[in-house]
Design a protein around this ligand. Structure first.
Ligand code: 4AD
Ligand code: MG
Length: 481
C-alpha cells in the first residue's frame, strides 16, 4: 500500500488528485444526500474529512460506497480513495471526496471510545485503546518530539549518548527504594524456611537461608534508580555524556508525581562546577519548552484550550525569563515567614515538601526556581561538600504545578572526602571501589543532573498525573497492561 499520512495530506495542495487515506473513523454523519466521515491516523491532531455526495457521486461507485458506509462506526479502520479538494467547511482547508471505500476492520458497538468525552481515569483502564483519543494522542506526539529534542540538544553541544545498565549492584540514591532482580527460587526458600522452623531454627536466622552467591549475579542486584554513577565513568573519559533511559523506584507513593518506572535524562559533564550545571539545566529546560511550543503547536493549542488554560502563555513566558536561583538557606528564610500557611512547618534542615516547593514557585516567584546548597543530611552521598561542611553543592529545579523537575549536583571529586562520606553513612567503600577509582586516577570537578521525562511532559502539557503521560504506567498495584 502506498499510503500517505493524514498530517501531510492536510497541508498538501487540494488540486483534485487521487489520494489514499488510511486510518480509524472518529465520527460519521449521514444526512440524506451528504455523508461525512472523519478519519484520524494519529499522525497529527486533526482528522481528515471524507465526503460523499449521493447527488453527485462523480467517479465513485455508489454500490461499493453505500455497502461500506453501512459497516462504518466509530473506531472502524478504513482505507479510502478519493480526490483531495478544497473544503467548503470552516476549520479545515481540504477534504477528500470519495471514489472508493474499504472497511478493513469493523468496530462493534461495545467499542469503549464512543463519541462522548471520557474521564481520564476511565481511559487509564483502557490503556491499550487510549492512544486513539485526542488527549492521549496529543500527549504521545509531544512525548515523541521531546525525546528527539533531548537528543538534539545534547548532540548539538558535543555530548555523547551513553547507555547506563538497567540491572545494577550499586544504589545511587541510597534511598533503598529498589526493585530486586533475582532468579532465586522463592518457593523453595520458603519451603526450606518452614522445614527449618519445624526443626526449631531460630526465625532471626531466616535471612541465612538466602544465599546470594547462588543468585544469577552472585550478589544482590536491583533495577537501577539512576544511571548517574555509571555515567560519571564515561564523563571522566569523554567529557560530556548523557543517559536517556528507564529508571525504577519502588517508592510506595501513590501520587500524581511518582511512577515506579519512569524515564530519566541524566547529563554528566567533566570540568563543570555547580554554576555551569545550573546554566545548562536552565538552558535545557527552556530549549525543550521552546521546541514544544514551536513544533507541537497544534497539540499545544489543544492542551491550552482543553487541559490547562493559559499553558501556552505560561510556557512562552518561562522560556524567555531567567530562572530564580536561591540557596536552600535563603529559601528556608522565605518559607519560614509563611509557616502559618504550611501543614509541615519549614525549618533549616528539613527536606522541602511539595507544599514548600509549590509556594516558592507558584506564590512567590511564579516561575522556575533553582534551589542550591542543601544540607548534606538530606542529599545523596556523592554530592560535593561545601567549605561550611554542612551543605552540599546540590541543585533542584522546581517548577510551578509540578514541584521538583530536576535534581542534580556537583559531585565530590576528592577521594578522601568521598570515602569518608561513604563510611559516615554506614556504606561499605568496597562496594564503591570503581566509583572511588574515578577520584584516584585523574580526578576532575564534574557535575550533572537528572530530569524526570514524565514530569517534563506533564509540565508541558498541563496533564494532571504522570500516569497519563507515559503509555503504560507502573505504580503500586498497577501493572495491568
Ligand atoms: O532527584 P533524583 O532522585 O536525582 C537522581 O536520581 C540523580 N542521580 C540525578 C543526577 O544527578 N544524575 O531524580 C531526578 C529526577 C527528579 O527531579 C524527578 O524529576 C524524577 O527524576 N523522579 C521521578 N519521576 C517520576 N517518578 C518518580 N518516582 C521519580 N523520582 C524522581
Ligand atoms: Mg531529587
Amino acid at each position: 500500500m502506498k499510503t500517505q499520512l493524514i498530517k501531510d495530506l492536510l497541508v498538501s495542495n487540494p488540486d483534485g488528485r487521487k489520494v489514499i487515506v488510511c486510518g480509524w473513523v472518529r465520527t460519521m454523519r449521514d444526512s440524506k444526500n451528504l455523508c461525512f466521515v472523519q478519519v484520524n491516523d494519529g499522525s497529527c491532531f486533526a482528522n481528515i474529512q471524507l465526503t460523499y455526495d449521493r447527488n453527485n457521486p462523480g467517479d465513485a461507485n455508489p454500490e461499493n460506497i453505500e455497502s461500506e458506509l453501512k459497516r462504518i462506526s466509530t473506531g472502524a479502520s478504513v482505507v479510502a480513495e478519493g480526490n483531495i479538494i478544497p473544503s467548503p467547511a470552516s476549520g479545515q482547508a481540504v477534504e477528500v471526496s470519495l471514489i472508493s471505500l474499504k472497511v478493513i476492520g469493523e468496530s462493534p458497538s461495545d467499542y469503549p471510545l464512543q463519541k462522548k468525552g471520557h474521564s481520564i481515569e476511565f481511559l487509564r483502564e483502557i490503556a491499550h485503546l487510549r492512544p486513539r483519543t485526542n488527549i492521549i494522542g496529543a500527549v504521545a506526539r509531544v512525548r515523541s518530539k521531546m525525546a528527539f529534542a533531548v537528543h538534539t540538544f545534547f548532540q548539538e553541544r558535543g555530548f555523547q549518548y551513553f547507555n547506563a545498565p538497567i540491572i545494577t549492584c550499586s544504589d545511587c540514591e541510597g534511598a533503598g527504594e529498589m526493585f530486586q532482580v533475582t532468579t532465586l527460587d522463592l518457593n523453595r526458600i520458603a519451603e526450606e524456611g518452614i522445614k527449618a522452623g519445624a526443626k526449631g531454627m531460630n526465625p532471626s536466622k531466616a535471612a541465612d537461608l538466602i544465599d546470594y552467591s547462588k543468585d544469577f549475579f552472585g550478589k544482590l542486584a536491583n533495577l537501577t534508580v539512576s544511571g548517574q554513577l555509571e555515567a560519571e565513568t564515561y564523563a571522566t573519559a569523554l567529557s560530556r555524556v548523557y543517559t536517556f533511559g528507564p529508571t525504577f523506584r519502588a517508592e510506595n507513593s501513590n501520587t500524581p508525581r511518582h511512577l515506579a518506572e519512569f524515564w530519566m535524562i541524566e547529563p554528566e559533564m567533566a570540568f563543570f562546577e555547580l554554576e555551569d550545571n545550573m546554566d545548562i539545566a536552565e538552558e535545557f529546560v527552556k530549549y525543550l519548552l521552546d521546541k514544544a511550543l514551536v513544533e507541537c503547536s497544534e497539540d499545544m493549542a489543544f492542551f491550552d484550550s482543553r487541559v490547562q488554560k493559559g499553558i501556552i502563555e505560561t510556557l512562552t513566558h518561562v522560556a524567555k525569563s531567567d530562572f530564580v536561583r536561591m540557596s536552600y538557606t535563603d529559601a528556608i528564610k522565605e518559607l519560614e515567614k509563611n509557616n502559618d500557611k504550611f501543614e509541615f512547618k519549614a525549618f533549616w534542615g528539613c527536606d522541602l515538601q511539595t507544599e514548600h516547593e509549590r509556594f516558592l514557585t507558584e506564590q512567590i516567584f511564579k516561575k522556575p526556581v533553582m534551589v542550591y546548597d542543601y544540607p548534606k543530611e538530606i542529599k545523596a552521598f556523592y554530592m560535593k561538600l561545601n567549605p561550611d561542611e554542612k551543605t552540599v553543592r546540590a541543585v533542584d529545579v522546581l517548577v510551578p504545578g509540578i514541584g521538583e523537575l530536576i535534581g542534580g549536583s556537583e559531585r565530590e571529586s576528592d577521594y578522601e572526602k568521598l570515602k569518608n562520606r561513604i563510611i559516615e553513612l554506614g556504606m561499605d567503600p568496597k562496594d564503591y571501589w570503581w566509583y572511588l577509582d574515578l577520584r584516584k586516577y585523574g580526578t576532575v570537578p564534574h557535575s550533572g543532573f537528572g530530569l524526570g521525562f514524565e514530569r517534563l511532559i506533564r509540565y508541558i502539557t498541563g496533564m494532571g498525573n504522570l500516569r497519563d503521560v507515559i503509555p503504560f504506567p507502573r505504580a503500586p498495584k498497577l501493572a495491568e497492561f
